[in-house]
Design a protein around this ligand. Structure first.
Ligand SMILES: *[C@@H]1O[C@H](CO)[C@@H](O)[C@H](O)[C@H]1NC(C)=O
Ligand SMILES: *[C@@H]1O[C@H](CO)[C@@H](O)[C@H](O)[C@H]1NC(C)=O
Ligand SMILES: CC(=O)N[C@H]1CO[C@H](CO)[C@@H](O)[C@@H]1O
Length: 547
């Protein structure tokens, strides 16, 4: 079944003008005489083109949070716990540059100066508010120190104790996330193979505590030389992973646990060679092949970049390059964006933490799923940099709300959709289509994600074939009008500013329920989810697993 929509600008010209299209197979021709810029949309609701992991939208915590162990206690914040629970199911990856400088240093009995221990049951695991306030107050200075290290590329060795692992595991399991812990790959022997002795003692400790979790080894090995003066080629790294897999195989708890890697940076220069060498010797050791992606440099970017269709499209080239490489060397291996965000170097302050970041985020989720990426892990949930979902006061930012809506409305089955304008493929209107999440909607419903990187309001004309379905509209906009609004740290859903009711309660995220209609409104600079609740999409009624 093919469904076709028409989009047109809500302008005086367009108002009241009935736009019709003459449709051919996968094509649209605008009826001559209509001057209105319009976009034709073609959906195929008969087949699932790709099925992503149910934890597709996942999050990270940067290992820099453990650079001073006391800051790990922030994960005991009740408010953060409330926010995180709403993002399940998801992975929580703990890793980043500093994971390759971290050494597990068991320290029993535990230092008595922490007013907070993670050994308790979930409801007892609450950070006292006085301590939360104190740590939040001290974090900015710690951030400055971390940034200096990053700029100078001089990383000191970080010792961490049982406390870091205890807090991390308690946070993940009490929030309902699946923990992935990134091990240090820069502990090397004289022969430049991985020295696994520290990892073994960490795994032993975690096993003694019955911590269910999965593992990674090394972060962005392509830049080990820049960060630590140690060069590790892909083939050697693959052997290191094989060794870790053997260690896991001998463990009662971890013999079936997952291992992911190699967490390489995006394709550029020799990085792809690292991936190829890695897959040759280590492909069989990993459950998914992970790589990292950022669109732009956080120290050198602009508002324009964040809504530039060309920059958004650049992700597709990188994804296709990686998928092709993995397909050649390890056919069938799942590919994940193991760490990803808008801008590298900690994000772009004032952009990565404001409403405009949502265009990169939603487009990455849409494009990633459509092209065949199975999991996308957002750098970061909380902590380092300005690309966090939850800010330094542990309050949610616009991308947090976007993520929660995505979780509630979007199912793992990707459907085919394409859009054209008169001038060719539409680049500023970006549309993605999935079956709706069956947690929120009946089978057969579909969720349309729509972004128009435009100053103008758009109107979606729905043809008869879908117009008999009611539509739940969730339109996210800045709380302030115009281009200035793009810099806002507040977002509205259907016109209402989103904020937590209290530390334990999220607001209702209510749809604007529209009766069956031939038009949908998509305001300027908005991000929208339209759920066609009674679409009866064949692909979503009885989704057949792809593999
Ligand atoms: C759509 O049809 C027009 C006119 O027939 C043609 O020039 C164009 O290449 C077609 N586009 C696609 C995407 O099929
Ligand atoms: C590995 O590291 C441990 C701990 O630092 C050290 O005792 C051991 O000698 C190292 N092994 C090799 C082969 O380098
Ligand atoms: C659907 C729709 O009207 N899209 C508009 C989005 O923005 C571009 C650029 O301003 C317009 O050309 C499109 O018509």
């Amino acid at each position: 079944m093919k469904l076709v929509l028409l989009l047109c600008l809500l302008s005086p010209l367009c108002d009241g003008v009935r736009i019709r299209g003459l449709f051919t197979e996968n094509n649209l021709t605008i009826v001559p005489g209509s001057l209105t810029p319009s976009v034709g949309v073609d959906m195929d609701l008969s087949a699932v083109v790709h099925r992503v992991d149910p934890r597709f939208l996942s999050v990270t915590i940067d290992a820099s949070l453990a650079s001073e162990e006391k800051f790990m206690s922030l994960l005991g914040s009740p408010k953060l716990r409330t926010l995180t629970k709403a993002l399940t199911p998801a992975f929580l990856r703990f890793g980043g540059t500093r994971q390759d400088f971290m050494v597990f240093t068991p320290q029993k009995p535990r230092h008595s100066n922490t007013a907070f221990t993670a050994d308790e049951s979930c409801d007892k695991l609450e950070l006292p508010s006085w301590l939360e306030e104190k740590l939040k107050g001290e974090w900015p200075e710690q951030q400055m120190m971390l940034m200096r290290e990053d700029v100078q590329r001089k990383y000191r060795r970080v010792k961490f104790t049982e406390y870091t692992v205890d807090v991390l595991h308690a946070f993940a399991s009490c929030s309902g996330l699946d923990l992935i812990f990134g091990l240090n790959a820069l502990l090397r022997t004289a022969q430049n193979s991985w020295n696994s002795s520290n990892a073994r003692s960490l795994l032993q400790y975690c096993e003694s505590k019955q911590y269910h979790m999965s593992w990674e080894l090394g972060n962005e090995p392509n830049s080990f030389e820049k960060k630590a003066g140690i060069r590790v080629d892909g083939f050697q790294l693959g052997q290191d992973f094989t060794k870790l897999r053997e260690i896991m195989a001998r463990s009662k708890l971890y013999h079936d646990a997952a291992l992911y890697g190699p967490d390489v940076g995006q394709p550029r220069d020799h990085r792809i060679d690292i991936l190829e060498g890695f897959l040759q010797s280590g492909g069989a050791a990993v459950d998914a092949c992970t790589w990292h992606h950022y669109y732009v440099n956080g120290r050198d970017t602009s508002l324009e970049d964040f809504i530039d269709p060309q920059i958004l499209d650049s992700l597709a080239l990188k994804i296709n390059e990686v998928l092709q490489r993995v397909q050649q060397t390890s056919p069938g291996k799942a590919v994940w964006l193991g760490e990803t965000s808008s801008a590298y170097g900690g994000g772009a302050a004032g952009l990565s933490d404001t409403f405009v970041a949502g265009f990169m985020w939603l487009d990455k989720l849409g494009l990633g799923a459509r092209l065949g990426v199975d999991v996308v892990m957002r750098q970061v949930l909380v902590g380092s940099g300005s690309y966090h979902l939850v800010d330094e006061n542990l309050d949610p930012l616009p991308d947090y709300w976007l993520s929660v809506l995505y979780k509630r409305l979007v199912g793992p089955e990707v459907l085919k959709i394409s859009a054209w304008s008169k001038s060719g493929r539409s680049r500023r209107v970006r549309l993605y289509l999935h079956c709706s999440s069956t947690n929120s909607y009946r089978r057969g419903a579909v969720t349309l994600m729509a972004l128009n990187l435009s100053k103008k309001t758009a109107r979606v004309s729905v043809p008869a074939i879908v117009s008999s379905s009611t539509v739940d509209a969730f339109v996210l906009q800045s709380d302030q009008p115009g281009e200035e609004g793009l810099y806002s740290r507040s977002v509205t859903l259907n016109g209402v500013v989103l904020k937590m009711t209290d530390d334990k309660t999220l607001p209702d995220l209510t749809a604007n329920s529209l009766p069956p209609s031939v038009h949908l409104k998509l305001p300027a600079f908005s991000l929208a989810f339209f759920v066609f609740t009674d679409a009866q999409a064949a692909a979503c009624l009885d989704p057949v697993p792809l593999r």
